[in-house]
Design a protein around this ligand. Structure first.
Ligand code: SAH
Length: 273
C-alpha cells in the first residue's frame, strides 16, 4: 500500500536548521568524477548539509562530502530515498544526488511526485547533469548530431513488451538509438533481442558503439558494426551505454586503429567542405 510523506514537517532530532527553512536540490552529478559536474551541481552540493544518494554516486563525489551528513542508499530503494529526502528537507538543506542527469532515468520524477503528494511547501530545484547518452557519444565521436532516440532496456518499471514495441518504432525511424541499462544478470537476453530488431531495419554495416564506465576509472570503448555486435555482447554490462547508428551514421577510420563514429548533420547537402 503506497503511503505518502507526513504533511507535518517535524524538526529533526539534533537538526542544524530550524523548521520551515529547509530546501531540496535534486542534483545531476554527471557520468564520472567531479570534473564532469556542472558548477551549479557543485554549488548545490556545497550548499547542502545533508546528502542522500546511491553509494556508487556518493563515492564518485567523495571529495565534496567531508563535513556533510551522508545518507547512503542502494538501488531499488528510490521511493524510500525520495520520501526520506522530502521529510528531511522540511528543515534541512538536502541534496539528492543522481548519476548523469536526474531527469533521465534518475531521481527527479520520483522526488517531485513524493513532494507533490506530500502537499509540503518546500523550495525545490532540479540541477541538470551530463547524461550517459551525451557522455558516451563524446567518447565515440559525434554519433548523435541530429534527432535520436533513447530507450532503457530495464523492465523493472516498464513492461518488456512495451520496450520491444518502442524498439520496433525507433529502428523504423532510422535515427541513432541510445540504449541505457543494456544488461544485467536478470536480463541477459534483452540486448540480443534489441540488436535482432535493429537488424530488421538497418544494414549490417551500421556502426555500433559501446562505452563502459564513461569518464570513470576503467573506461572502455568499442566501435563495431551491427553485423558483429551480437558476438560482442559479452563485453556489455550495466555500466555501459550503447549507441546504434542510424541510416546515415558512418565510421571514420583514422589510421590503423583509431575509429570514430559520425552521424552527419546534413551540412554536406548545403555546403562544400
Ligand atoms: N541518470 C543517468 C542514467 C541512469 S540509468 C544518466 O542521466 O546518465 C543507468 C544507466 O545509465 C546505466 O545502466 C548505463 O547504461 C548508463 N550510464 C550511467 N553512467 C554511465 C557511464 N559513466 N558510462 C556509461 N554508461 C553509463
Amino acid at each position: 500500500m503506497p503511503s505518502h510523506a507526513d504533511r507535518n514537517c517535524a524538526a529533526p532530532a539534533g537538526g542544524r536548521s530550524s523548521p520551515g527553512t529547509g530546501r531540496l536540490s535534486i542534483v545531476g552529478i554527471g557520468p564520472g568524477g567531479r570534473d564532469q559536474m556542472t558548477g551549479r551541481a557543485r554549488d548545490a552540493i556545497a550548499g547542502a548539509d545533508c546528502i542522500i544518494g546511491n553509494g556508487l554516486y556518493l563515492d564518485q563525489i567523495a571529495s565534496l562530502l567531508p563535513g556533510k551528513e551522508i545518507i547512503r542508499s542502494s538501488m531499488g530503494k528510490e521511493v524510500e530515498r525520495a520520501r526520506q529526502a522530502v521529510e528531511l528537507a522540511c528543515s534541512r538543506a538536502v541534496a539528492v544526488v543522481s548519476g548523469g542527469d536526474p531527469g533521465v532515468y534518475g531521481m527527479a520524477s520520483i522526488v517531485l511526485e513524493v513532494l507533490e503528494h506530500s502537499g509540503l511547501d518546500i523550495p525545490v530545484e532540479v540541477v541538470p547533469g551530463v547524461t550517459a547518452a551525451t557522455a558516451a557519444a563524446s567518447r565515440l565521436g559525434a554519433p548523435l548530431s541530429g534527432d535520436f532516440v533513447v530507450i532503457s532496456l530495464s523492465d523493472l518499471l516498464t513492461p518488456w513488451e512495451e520496450i520491444e514495441r518502442r524498439f520496433g518504432l525507433a529502428f523504423q525511424m532510422g535515427v541513432p538509438v541510445v540504449l541505457y541499462n543494456p544488461r544485467s544478470r536478470g536480463r541477459r537476453d534483452h540486448l540480443a533481442v534489441a540488436l535482432a530488431l535493429a537488424m530488421r531495419h538497418l544494414p549490417p554495416k551500421t556502426p555500433v558503439g559501446f562505452v563502459k564506465d564513461a569518464f570513470r576509472e576503467g573506461e572502455t570503448q568499442t566501435i563495431t558494426t551491427l553485423g558483429e555486435a551480437m558476438d560482442r555482447i559479452g563485453e556489455v554490462d550495466m555500466h555501459a551505454t550503447i549507441i546504434i547508428g542510424g541510416r546515415e551514421t558512418r565510421i571514420w577510420r583514422r589510421g590503423e586503429d583509431a575509429k570514430w563514429i559520425i552521424t552527419p548533420r546534413g551540412y554536406e547537402r548545403k555546403y562544400l567542405y
